[in-house]
Design a protein around this ligand. Structure first.
Ligand SMILES: Nc1ncnc2c1ncn2[C@@H]1O[C@H](COP(=O)(O)OP(=O)(O)OP(=O)(O)O)[C@@H](O)[C@H]1O
Length: 519
C-alpha cells in the first residue's frame, strides 16, 4: 500500500510528460514537468517566493484561527439550542450559500488592500465550515449521556465543557482539515483580485506574461503547505483521541464527598408521591395521562422494585422522582423537598451505561464529583474507592471501548454511587447484560445496599418479576399509569433464586403479580 502511495507522484509526472511529448495541448499552457521543476528551483533561490508565500500562509493561518475561534463555540451553542437554530437556520444557510468571494471588494473598501482584507475573506468562507461541523458534532451526543450529566447536576456551561465540546472533537478535526482549504481559497482569491503581496498576486503577474511554469510551481508550493498542515492536524487528532495512558494511582481511604448537598431530610419517607398525574404535551388532544392519580410512599432504606409492561410509565415515574419530568397534577416530595434534577443526594442509573468514551473508567466515575463541585485533589481517591467497591480497580485507566458490557455497567454503578446518594433510582440497569453477568451484578448491588451504615433507598425498575422478587423488599406493579398492586416480599436475605423458585408460596406470589401485570 505504501509503495503504491509513493508511486502515485511518479505516475502522475510520467503521464504529464507523455501528454507534453505527444503535444496533445498547447506547450505554453502545459509546460514540461522539467520546466516546472526548474521554475520552482529558480523561485526558491530568488527573493520573490518566500516573502510572498509567507504573506499568503500567515493570512491563511490567521483566517483559520479566527474562523475556529468564532465558528466552534457558535456551532456548539447552536447545537445546544435547537430552537435558536430553527430561527436562525434559514438565514445562516442563505449567507453560507452566497458566493462570498464577491465580498472581496467590500473588504477592500472597509479594510484596504492588504493582510486585513485577505484574512477577512478567508474567515468569511471558513467560519461556516467550523460552525456547521461543530453543530453536527454536538448533535451526535448520546441522549443517555445528556440525561446522565443532567441527573448528576451539570449546568449549561458544564454541559458545554464536559459533554458537547469533547463529543464534537472528531467533527472539529474534520472542520480543521476543510477549513485549511477554505481559508486558503479566500486568501488566494483575495490576492488574485487585488493585492500588493502573496502567492495569488504572483500567480496573476506570471499568468499575464504566460509564464505558466512559474504558476504551476507556485500551485505546487501551496499544495505542499496544505498537505503538511493537514498532516499535522491528523497527528494532533491521533494524539488527542488516543489518550490511553494507564493511571498508576490506586485507591486508599475515601475522602471528599460531593460538596453541595441538600440539607439532611427528617422525613422518614424519602419518596412521597400523592395523586401524581403526568401528561406530555402533544400526546393526543387532550393528551392521555402517562401516570394518573398515582400515590406512593417509600420509607428510608427500602428496596422497591417497580414492575410493568413496556409503556406502563415506569421510567416516567423515575423521571418524576429525579426531577427530570414535571408533574401535571398532584405533588411529589423527594428527601423532604420538591424533586430537582442534579441533586447530589439522588443517584440515577440507566439501562445504557452512557459512559463518556473520551474519559477513562476513573475519570467517568469522577464526572458526578466534578459536576457537584468536589475539590479536584479529592476526586481520584474517591473514584478509585468506588471502582474498588465494584471490583474494577484494575480497570481504572481503561477507556470504555476497552471494557466489556458488564464492566461498563459496573463503572456506571460506581459513577452513580460516587456522590453517596441517599436515594438510588435504577431504570433497568442490568437489562442489557447476559444472565450470568446480570446475576453477579445483582449480588454486587445487594452487597453495597446491605451496608447498614450507608443503606440507601432504592427504586429499581425492571420488566423481570423474578429479578424484582429476588432483589426487593417490596414489589409495585404499574399498569396504565397507576399502581396495580403493592406487595411486601416475605422472604429473608440472602435469597437464592433457585431455592425461591422451588417454593409453592413463591410461585403463588409470582402468578398473582403476573396476573396483575397482564390483566
Ligand atoms: N417525553 C415524552 N413525550 C411524550 N411521550 C412520552 C415521553 N416520555 C414517555 N412518553 C410516553 O409515556 C409512556 C410511558 O413511557 P415510559 O418510558 O415511562 O414507559 P416504561 O414503562 O418505562 O416503558 P419501557 O419499559 O418500554 O421503558 C409511553 O407511551 C411513552 O410513549
Amino acid at each position: 500500500m505504501w509503495l503504491w502511495r509513493a508511486a502515485v507522484p511518479f505516475i502522475v509526472v510520467g503521464l504529464w510528460q507523455l501528454v507534453y511529448e505527444l503535444d496533445v495541448t498547447s506547450r505554453v499552457l502545459l509546460p514540461s514537468p522539467h520546466a516546472v521543476w526548474d521554475a520552482g528551483l529558480r523561485l526558491h533561490s530568488s527573493a520573490v517566493l518566500w516573502p510572498n508565500l509567507w504573506s499568503t500562509v500567515s493570512a491563511a493561518l490567521a483566517a483559520l484561527a479566527l474562523s475556529a475561534a468564532v465558528g466552534i463555540p457558535a456551532g456548539i451553542l447552536l447545537g445546544m439550542a435547537p430552537r435558536t437554530w430553527t430561527v436562525l437556520a434559514p438565514y445562516l444557510n442563505a449567507v453560507n450559500s452566497m458566493p462570498r468571494i464577491a465580498l472581496a471588494p467590500v473588504f477592500f473598501v472597509a479594510l484596504g488592500i492588504g493582510q486585513g482584507s485577505k484574512i477577512a475573506l478567508g474567515f468569511s468562507i471558513a467560519v461556516f465550515v467550523f460552525l456547521m461541523n461543530a453543530r453536527i458534532g454536538v448533535l451526535s451526543a448520546d441522549e443517555d449521556q445528556l440525561k446522565v450529566c443532567v441527573a448528576l447536576g451539570a449546568s449549561r456551561f458544564q454541559l458545554f465543557r464536559k459533554l458537547y465540546l469533547p463529543v464534537a472533537v472528531p467533527a472539529i478535526f474534520t472542520a480543521l482539515r476543510l477549513g485549511i482549504v477554505f481559508a486558503l481559497l479566500g486568501v488566494v482569491g483575495s490576492e488574485i483580485i487585488a493585492s500588493r503581496a502573496g502567492v495569488g498576486q504572483l500567480i496573476t503577474t506570471y499568468s499575464a506574461t504566460l509564464s505558466m511554469a512559474q504558476v504551476y510551481a507556485l500551485l505546487i508550493f501551496l499544495a505542499i503547505f496544505t498537505s503538511v498542515l493537514t498532516m499535522l492536524v491528523g497527528v494532533g487528532e491521533a494524539l488527542l483521541l488516543r489518550r490511553q495512558r494507564p493511571d498508576r494511582r490506586r485507591g486508599r481511604a475515601p475522602t471528599g464527598m460531593c460538596k453541595e448537598r441538600e440539607e439532611q431530610s427528617t422525613d422518614r419517607h424519602p419518596v412521597r408521591l400523592h395523586s401524581v398525574s403526568v401528561r406530555f404535551p402533544g400526546a393526543g388532544s387532550p393528551p392521555d395521562p402517562v401516570l394518573e392519580n398515582l400515590s406512593l410512599d417509600v420509607p428510608g432504606g427500602q428496596f422497591v422494585a417497580i414492575v410493568g409492561a413496556s409503556g406502563a410509565g415506569k421510567s416516567t415515574l423515575l423521571n418524576v422522582v429525579a426531577g427530570l419530568t414535571p408533574v401535571s397534577a398532584g405533588s411529589a416530595t423527594v428527601l423532604g423537598r420538591p424533586p430537582r434534577a442534579g441533586r447530589a443526594d439522588v443517584g440515577y442509573m440507566f439501562a445504557r451505561d452512557a459512559l463518556l468514551p473520551w474519559r477513562t473508567a476513573r475519570r467517568n466515575v469522577e464526572l458526578g464529583l466534578e459536576l457537584q463541585g468536589t475539590a479536584a485533589p479529592a476526586r481520584p481517591e474517591r473514584a478509585l474507592h468506588m471502582l474498588d467497591l465494584v471490583r474494577l480497580s484494575s480497570a481504572a485507566g481503561k477507556y470504555p471501548a476497552q471494557l466489556s458490557q458488564g464492566m461498563r455497567q459496573r463503572v456506571a454503578l460506581a459513577r452513580t454511587l460516587a456522590c453517596d446518594p441517599e436515594l438510588l433510582l435504577m431504570d433497568e440497569p442490568f437489562a442489557a447484560l447476559d444472565a450470568l453477568t446480570r446475576s453477579s451484578l445483582r449480588d454486587m448491588l445487594l452487597d453495597i445496599w446491605d451496608d447498614e451504615a450507608h443503606r440507601k433507598t432504592v427504586l429499581f425498575v425492571t420488566h423481570d418479576l423474578t429479578e424484582a422478587l429476588v432483589l426487593a423488599d417490596r414489589v409495585i406493579t404499574i399498569a396504565d399509569g397507576a399502581v396495580r398492586s403493592d406487595v411486601r416480599v416475605p422472604y429473608g436475605r440472602p435469597r437464592d433464586q433457585r431455592a425461591l423458585m422451588a417454593r409453592a408460596d413463591y410461585r403463588a406470589l409470582y402468578d398473582r403479580l403476573h396476573a396483575d401485570l397482564t390483566a
